[in-house]
Write a protein that binds this ligand. Structure first.
Ligand SMILES: [Zn+2]
Ligand SMILES: [Zn+2]
Length: 139
């Protein structure tokens, strides 16, 4: 079983990791969680470590929804929890972590102001700095 397959099993909902055409419908994220359908959709046409990283993010959205986490009342905290989980889940998986770091760096300052705000907070943490050190990247 691959790391991606293992993570799919750990999701509290159903997962389609072959959601064809997703990249068309949703310009950037290429993955999303649909609470009413109880499904996570992940686009197929990306390398496995990147899909792992995307799934880690969407999985946290599913967990927060299912556990009625306080964050569900605030988009900002929802994204903060999802991004943080993405970082933590990939922490000991360098290929996945590389995508996560790239994801954070490219998402910041793009069309979603709430994402940017959450990332600004997260990218001040020790967790983020340690992740960069692991990949030997400059802060
Ligand atoms: Zn939460
Ligand atoms: Zn999200």
């Amino acid at each position: 079983m691959t790391k991606l397959q293992k993570l799919i099993k750990e999701c509290p909902c159903r997962v389609s990791d072959k959601a064809e055409g997703l990249a068309y419908f949703f310009d950037l994220p290429a993955g999303f969680y649909d609470p009413s359908a109880n499904y996570i959709f992940i686009a197929p046409d990306f390398p496995e470590p990147q899909r792992f990283s995307m799934l880690a993010h969407e999985r946290q959205h599913a967990i927060c929804t299912k556990t009625r986490c306080f964050c569900t009342k605030s988009e900002y905290w929802q994204e903060y929890h999802a991004f943080r989980s993405e970082l933590l889940t990939c922490f000991n998986y360098p290929d996945g972590l590389r995508w996560t770091v790239k994801h954070f760096q490219t998402s910041r300052g793009q069309d979603f102001p709430v994402h940017t705000k959450a990332l600004n907070r997260l990218m001040k943490t020790k967790l983020w700095k340690t992740a960069l050190l692991k990949l030997k990247e400059k802060p």
